[in-house]
Design a protein around this ligand. Structure first.
Ligand code: NAD
Length: 358
């Protein structure tokens, strides 16, 4: 039996996670009756309120012992004044570090029914289905040395160091090729190899790893061009793999192309496929407690959990098809409703997905 740690967190977290549990707990998700051992623990502001720590030791232990983690969202105005180590978002940073979650997978999928939500023309984005694989633990965000010093001329100078070891590049490349293999088998590696030494090594290592995946078509693109191509013709991409900083920027750009923050899931994986799955949005304090939040990003995160950590690809496909079906049926939470369209509550959307699973 697989163990799932469920960490609802703050704001809309408990609402969207409750709706998602009704999907994940369905035995009929798999042909042989999916059986999961699901346990919940407080995290973020809720962790601080319960145990004085955004990531209480018992929550970390539960996450360590689980095969996968479903995470809601953390944060809220009442925690904003806490000292940094007690802030809700520390829970996520510490979980990533403690569990060695180095690969961030962010799909940017645009459902044809929601094409009008994008700021781009519907024909440019309708049917877009991109997966961005971002390295999460290295690069200029963590490289040493870094700091602010005073030069000999007496002027202050800020500096950071972009670094990647071969091993770090190799493991994210394997994750990305593996993901591409499960999709349309096209991988675009994004770098800045015309300017940066780090990127030259990145390109060399990704190319070498690619020889182990002859069934996946590998291309390379400079990051400035990738930023343009995402706006010009996003449907050309299947999977994109890139470093931490370029991935930070491109994954936000790609997700905004969909125009629907309540629809986008994500995964952060370790080298053995264990992962933390969460919607890309935050705890939405402005709508918390009203029962109106869109649970689909979290339900789609559970689909990724089934695919990447439990190896249940068929069940993941079924959940994703059920989400498409409820959109086709016209169900809309407030965030994805067009003006004048009827809006449904979080629990109604969750129940509709369960019903659409058949
Ligand atoms: P947010 O993503 O919480 O909300 C932005 C806007 O999108 C809000 O208007 C919100 O109502 C709406 N929205 C978000 N998710 C929605 C959903 N599922 N259904 C319907 N509408 C939705 O971002 P924010 O307002 O910048 O941040 C709020 C809090 O969340 C802050 O404390 C921030 O630190 C935290 N945060 C947490 C995470 C995380 O847990 N991973 C990520 C981002 C922000």
């Amino acid at each position: 039996m697989k163990k799932i740690a469920v960490l609802p967190g703050d704001g809309i977290g408990p609402e969207i996670v409750a709706a998602t549990r009704t999907v994940l707990e369905l035995k009929r998700l798999t042909a042989d009756g999916l059986r999961l051992e699901i346990a919940e623990a407080p995290v973020g502001g809720a962790g601080y309120a319960a145990a004085g720590d955004p990531l209480p030791p018992a929550t970390l232990e539960l996450a360590r012992g689980a095969d996968a983690i479903l995470f809601g969202a953390v944060g809220g105005p009442k925690y904003d004044a806490l000292p940094r180590p007690k802030r809700p978002e520390q829970a996520l940073l510490r979980l990533r570090k403690e569990l060695g979650l180095f690969a961030n997978l962010r799909p940017a999928t645009l459902y044809p029914e929601l094409a009008a939500a994008s700021t781009l023309k519907p024909e440019v984005v309708s049917g877009m289905d991109i997966l961005i694989v971002r390295e999460l633990t290295g690069d200029i965000y963590f490289g040493q040395p870094r700091g602010i010093r005073t030069t000999e001329a007496g002027e202050r100078e800020g500096f950071d160091t972009m670094r990647y070891t071969e091993g770090e590049i190799r493991r994210i490349a394997h994750t990305a090729f593996g993901a591409a293999r499960r999709r349309a088998k096209r991988l675009c590696s994004v770098d800045k190899a015309n300017v940066l030494e780090t990127s030259q090594l990145w390109r060399e290592v990704v190319t070498a790893v690619g020889r182990e995946y002859p069934d996946v078509e590998l291309t390379h693109m400079y990051v400035d061009n990738a930023a343009m191509q995402l706006l010009r013709a996003p449907k050309q991409f299947d999977v994109i793999v890139t470093g931490n900083m370029f991935g930070d920027i491109l994954s936000d750009e790609a997700s905004m192309l969909t125009g629907s923050i309540g629809m986008l899931p994500s995964a952060s994986l370790d080298s053995r496929g264990k992962g933390l799955y969460e919607p890309i949005h935050g705890s939405a304090p402005d709508i918390a407690g009203k029962g109106v939040a869109n649970p689909l990003a979290t339900i789609l995160s559970a689909a990724m959990l089934l695919r990447y950590s439990l190896g249940e690809a068929a069940a993941a496909d079924r959940v994703e098809r059920a989400v498409r079906k409820v959109l086709a049926q016209g169900l809309r939470t407030a965030d994805i409703a067009a003006p004048g369209e009827a809006k449904v509550a979080t629990s109604v959307m969750g129940a509709a997905v369960v019903a659409a699973l058949g």
